[in-house]
Design a protein around this ligand. Structure first.
Ligand code: ZN
Length: 433
């Protein structure tokens, strides 16, 4: 038993603080201060090389092989039942598809970066469960150091009670840090330099969907998060080159940004437009839809497919282990509703302009304009549109999505639509006086 840090955990508390809690906090602070580690400096992160699951629906064990001991903390989240394990930044070198199928109490798990300096593993549970034990084993007998988590089934009442005593403040630093990182990302784009004369150009927020631990949809080895980041960066370059707008990106690298933070970035920047970039996929056996679709916000989805998609896209936070029950509720619903009416008019106008421009370069879905309750489109004062560039599940759409030529032409058409939108806005603003 020597050298084995075995932390027994109180059954009542679903939170597990193995080793110290300090694993994440210093990294988060560094990130907020503009972490010099963040650029492409080669950093020697711990490596996770293999993963195994064992056990059954009563008790399930998760084992992660590492190249050194690490600190971690774990906590549970309800609705859906999840367990989140926060780690220092780890380089995951696991087999492709690791985590997509589970065993026993673990339905599936995901892993990846949630902020510079911080990685996370999120387990989807088959039902309420607690972490009975969690520890890091030292290397021994030719085995590498291992992170071990032992899950045990409990009833819902026990699970919910354990959340109540868990102590919410423990969770806040992780989310708070994500906030600061998002703000830092905005500043890092070089758009918020206080000393320079005020930049009066309209702000366009470009929002590449997903990122970090949240891959988005995947097909043929392509991840939505990478496809849409490539498109968004190309769009940024195109729009910036014209010099008429100030572009703010919600992310410029493979980092997870919570949906509410994407909206917050747009609002804090008093953005005149938010364009969220995604790519859809249909599950196998559910038809072969193709083409680009443009979505705006509505309380009621325009059709079943729009509803399915909004649910899927809104799941991003749950996927990354954000505590959904902690989301702030809308304060002044009536005021928001009034502001939203005008905003929606502008959003719909931009969506129509986009459709007209995009159809000249990209294949459009047979119903290219749709609406549903996308969280990322909910800024009450920022016209917001979400573009699904195509279906990664469709062979020829995917060929387009990975083609430089297609991307360049489609980026051009979106940039045209942005121009047309502002040209019209300026005219109507002028005539209103
Ligand atoms: Zn998406």
């Amino acid at each position: 038993m020597a050298g084995r840090a075995n932390h027994r955990v109180l059954l009542a508390a679903a939170v597990v603080c193995a080793a110290a809690m300090c694993g994440l906090a210093p990294a988060a602070v560094r990130a907020a201060e503009g972490d010099p580690l963040r650029p492409s400096v080669a950093v020697n992160f711990p490596i996770a090389s293999d993963v195994r699951l064992a056990g059954d629906v009563k008790q399930t064990r998760f084992i992660l092989d590492l190249d050194r001991n690490i600190q971690f903390r774990a906590f549970a989240l309800a609705d859906p039942y999840r367990v989140v394990v926060d780690l220092p930044q780890v380089t995951f070198q696991l087999a492709a598809g690791a985590g997509t199928t589970g065993r026993g109490l673990i339905k599936a798990f995901r892993y990846g970066l949630v902020m510079p300096g911080g990685s996370r593993i999120v387990f989807d549970l088959a039902g309420p469960a607690k972490i009975e034990k969690s520890y890091v084993l030292d290397a021994a007998n030719g085995q590498p150091p291992r992170l071990v988590l032992e899950f045990e089934a409990v009833d819902r009442t026990t699970f919910v009670q354990s959340l109540a005593v868990e102590g919410r403040p423990d969770l806040r630093p992780a989310i708070g840090a994500a906030d600061t990182v998002a703000t830092a990302a905005v500043e890092a784009t070089g758009t918020a330099k206080p000393a320079e004369p005020p930049d009066k150009r309209p702000v366009v927020v470009i929002d590449p969907g997903h990122g970090g631990i949240d891959n988005g949809t995947q097909a043929s080895g392509e991840s939505e998060k990478n496809l849409v980041l490539g498109f968004a960066l190309a769009l940024r370059d195109r729009v910036e080159k014209a010099g008429k707008y100030r572009v703010v990106m919600t992310r410029t690298d493979d980092t997870f940004i919570p949906l509410a933070d994407r909206v917050r970035i747009a609002r804090n920047q008093s953005a005149a437009l938010l364009v969220s970039i995604h790519a859809d996929a249909l599950p196998r056996g559910e038809g072969d839809a193709r083409g680009a679709t443009i979505y705006t916000l509505s309380d009621k989805a325009s059709d079943a497919e729009a509803e399915r998609l909004a649910e899927l896209e809104n799941r991003a936070d749950a996927i990354a282990g954000v505590n959904l029950t902690e989301e702030p509720t809308d304060v002044a619903d009536i005021l928001i509703d009034l502001a939203q009416r005008e905003t929606r008019t502008f959003s719909n106008r931009f969506a129509r302009l986009l459709k007209n421009e995009m159809k000249t370069t990209a294949r459009m879905h047979k119903h290219p304009l749709k609406s549903a309750g996308f969280k990322v489109l909910k800024a009450p004062d920022v016209p917001s549109v979400l573009i699904e560039l195509g279906y990664v599940s469709n062979k020829s759409d995917l060929e387009h999505l990975v083609s430089d030529n297609w991307r360049s032409r489609t980026v051009g058409s979106v940039a045209q639509a942005i121009d047309a939108f502002f040209a019209k806005r300026m005219v109507s603003a002028g005539s209103a006086n």
